[in-house]
Design a protein around this ligand. Structure first.
Ligand code: BG6
Ligand code: MG
Length: 228
């Protein structure tokens, strides 16, 4: 059996708010500008992945991995980020996804800790726009993470900052790379989205509106710790 649950660790983009859509729109525009259009299906591979890793995946898709110098790649990544930063200017506290504020309140009421594990360097700005920063006990600084999801580093860092055993944590993700990161950290993984895409998760819900702490606790307690 798992130890008693101590903390819930959230991904940001696509879980707390729908900024995953803004990342998609900004990458899509960048891809088209360099002759690499892509589908929403391909976009699933970019979710949860760092800015430069995402750019490299897009370039590889278009067979352009050797077409740009490191300096030019930094400029392309900057173009995408400038566009994304414009798009997130419209984020307000009304943009917290359905069910998330209630879930956060229930987590606090149960005396559990709450963390944020996003590889986005814009995470603090988005959390401020949502007025959610004070609701979290810790937010991992993506600038201090060496390895992007799917590596477990960021979820392990969140547990460390919270001072809890990773096995006593539950992580919530909308990205396949994020679920892999949670599982690699030895945590219980909750996916939000498509059950095929997130097949590695311990449980998948179609939307955040379906997340309930009571149900999550039942699911969490019913699983054994896996060796990682
Ligand atoms: C993740 C998103 O949260 O952050 C990815 O799912 C994004 O799509 C990554 O590429 C990095 O974000 P940023 O804001 O630092 O470019
Ligand atoms: Mg996400």
């Amino acid at each position: 059996m798992r130890p008693e649950l101590q903390a819930v660790i959230f991904d940001l983009d696509g879980v707390v708010t729908d900024t995953a859509e803004y990342h998609y729109l900004a990458w899509k525009a960048l891809g088209e500008s360099i002759g690499v259009p892509f589908t929403r299906e391909f976009n699933e591979e970019l979710k949860g992945v760092s800015r430069m890793d995402s750019l490299n995946k897009i370039l590889a898709l278009g067979g352009k991995e050797n077409s740009y110098s490191d300096e030019e790649k930094l400029e392309l990544a900057k173009q995408k980020n400038d566009h994304y930063v414009e798009l997130i200017k419209q984020v307000t506290p009304d943009d917290v996804l359905p069910g998330i504020r209630e879930l956060i309140a229930d987590i606090h009421a149960k005396g559990l800790k709450i963390g944020l594990a996003s590889v986005s360097k814009n995470a603090f700005a988005v959390m401020d726009s949502l007025q959610l920063r004070d609701s979290f006990d810790t937010i991992v600084d993506a600038a201090k993470i060496r390895n992007s999801k799917p590596d477990p580093e960021i979820f392990l860092k969140a547990a460390e900052q919270l001072g809890v055993d990773p096995a006593a944590c539950l992580g919530i993700e909308d990205a396949a790379a994020g679920v892999t990161s949670i599982k690699g950290a030895g945590m219980f993984a909750v996916g939000v989205g498509d059950s095929m895409t997130l097949a590695e998760a311990d449980i998948v819900y179609a939307s955040t509106a379906e997340l309930s702490l009571d149900q999550l606790l039942v699911q969490y307690q019913g699983t054994a710790v896996e060796q990682v």
